[in-house]
Design a protein around this ligand. Structure first.
Ligand code: ABU
Length: 496
């Protein structure tokens, strides 16, 4: 592309097919080099720099005059050179890991199609794909009908569930607002839930004091008798318990709340039951691991399920499902006539834009649809089983090295919680004082991982213990050898 500028290619020059193709082909080369590097175990995951140093090193300025296309190619290379390779087989840091190639191809197509998902008129194929995929997901939950939407992340999916639950109980709320509600609404969720559930209480006017944290057991599962006790407590004080969030796959421990017990309580006290299965939903594919973890999910009123987590679909791809047909339109429609005309030549039920509180909606379906076509349902089942088996392998390997590693609990999912023991802490009795020291090791060792660039594993405290490592295996790239590498690399970096 030599010294060409933006106005030498489409759409500025009609006769620029060759240059345009050449420019894009060179961008694709950069992307393919990156995909190759991501899958190369000899490559580092990152070249860590402090933000100030990174800022100085990179030319990120925006200029008055245009830059040549060759500079833009350099910009693309530079960006990926300094990006953390989240698809690298030694990246275990986040719930969303991996780089699924078919889903990536889907995302590239999505970008080229560059459409908005609000009407059939401008996204006909994609809207029909949404119907197919979301209908299939509802069937897997155990419902024959219902309503669903793709949302920008699990937190917003949970918010949609909250809004639908409030609409279901107080259909006048949309028009009359707070005056349609007598008493103070109260919602319940376990003390291990994702923070977005509490955020619903803040965003929707309950106040976080009315999002009640139900105690969990030592595995991180909500205790149903505690839920019932707290529901009664609030009812007795004239409050209105109306919404319970059960989590299937908690963010830190990967715990599954007992859905049937929670459903019984919701039924008894006439409360909406939402299941936040953003993380654990993928296990619905697995005959081996679905039960007992997700047993009873079909009794929920709504379910959040993020394919961009365990299923490896590229970010972002989050879905929320409802048992009730038409609930999203009833709850959220504003009937903007410039977009959702009712006298279109096709059935306006295919316009999904009025189901949501945003207007513009990104196309998150194609990459999932293409990935599902490529893998088949059986391929997803194999992936789920493989990820779970690898996590079981990691647990075994940790138990085989009790001098170096301390398993915190038997995981229910691919979250493995553990401490690393450097030499000076080995052989000491395990008590609260030692846990404080082990917690300090986490932050130091994580820093060493980032500086060496060879490994990334997350850590955090919880309300029972100081910092501990949370290892996530949700990438199809990971093998037993990578798990062995992870443990030996932690020991190499952290032993002293
Ligand atoms: N709910 C987003 C998950 C963040 C994480 O990867 O831990």
């Amino acid at each position: 592309v030599g010294n060409l500028y933006y106005d030498s290619i489409l759409p500025y020059r009609e006769d620029s097919q060759a240059q345009t193709r050449e420019f894009l082909a060179r961008v694709v080369d950069v992307l393919l080099d990156y995909v190759h590097a991501v899958n190369d175990r000899n490559e580092k995951i990152l070249e860590f720099k402090m933000p100030e140093e990174m800022q100085k090193m990179l030319d990120l300025d925006l200029h008055e005059e245009p830059l040549p296309l060759k500079q833009l190619l350099e910009d693309c290379k530079m960006t990926l050179r300094h990006q953390v390779k989240t698809g690298h087989p030694h990246f275990f840091n986040q719930l969303s890991c991996g780089l699924d190639i078919i889903s990536l191809a889907g995302e590239w197509l999505t970008a080229a199609a560059n459409t908005n998902m609000f009407t059939y008129e401008i996204a006909p194929v994609f809207i029909l794909m949404e119907n197919v995929v979301l209908g299939k997901m509802r069937n897997m939950i155990g419902w024959k009908t219902g309503d669903s939407i793709l949302a920008p992340g699990g937190s917003v999916s949970n918010l949609y569930a909250f809004l639908a639950a409030r609409h279901h109980k107080f259909p006048q709320y949309k028009e009359k607002g707070l005056s349609s509600i007598s008493g103070h609404l109260v919602m319940f969720t376990s003390d291990q839930c994702h923070y977005s559930v509490k955020s619903c209480a803040s965003v929707c006017g309950l106040g976080t004091d009315y999002c009640i944290a139900v105690p969990s057991d030592e595995h991180g599962r909500m205790i149903p008798t505690e839920l019932e006790r707290l529901v009664k407590y609030h009812k007795d004080r004239g409050n209105v318990p109306f919404f319970v969030n059960a989590t299937s796959g908690t963010t830190v421990l990967g715990a599954f709340d007992p859905l049937n017990d929670i459903a019984d309580i919701c039924q008894k006290y006439d409360m909406w039951m939402h299941v936040d299965a953003a993380w654990g939903g993928g296990l619905l594919f697995s005959k081996k691991y679905r039960h007992p973890r997700l047993t009873g999910i079909e009794r929920a009123d709504s379910v959040t399920w993020n394919p961009h987590k365990l299923m490896g679909t590229l970010l972002q791809c989050s879905t929320v499902h409802f048992k009730y047909e038409g609930i999203l339109l009833n709850c959220n429609a504003m009937s903007a006539e410039y977009l959702f005309m009712t006298d279109k030549i096709y059935d306006p039920k295919y316009d999904t834009g009025d189901k949501v509180i945003q207007c513009g909606r990104h196309n998150d379906i194609f990459k999932l649809w293409l990935q599902w076509r490529g893998k088949g349902t059986s391929g997803f089942e194999r992936l789920m089983d493989r990820l779970m088996e690898l996590s079981e392998y990691m647990v075994r390997r940790i138990k085989e090295q009790p001098d170096k590693f301390y398993l915190i609990l038997e995981p229910e999912m691919v979250n493995v919680s553990f401490w690393y023991l450097p030499r000076q802490l080995r052989g000491m009795p395990h008590d609260a004082n030692k846990e404080i020291k082990l917690g300090k090791v986490c932050a130091k060792l994580k820093g060493k991982m980032m500086q060496s660039g060879t490994l990334m594993v997350g850590y955090q405290p919880d309300d029972r213990r100081p910092n501990f490592f949370r290892n996530i295996i949700s990438s199809a790239a990971v093998t037993e050898k990578d798990v062995d590498f992870l443990l030996s690399e932690m020991d190499r970096l952290g032993h002293d």
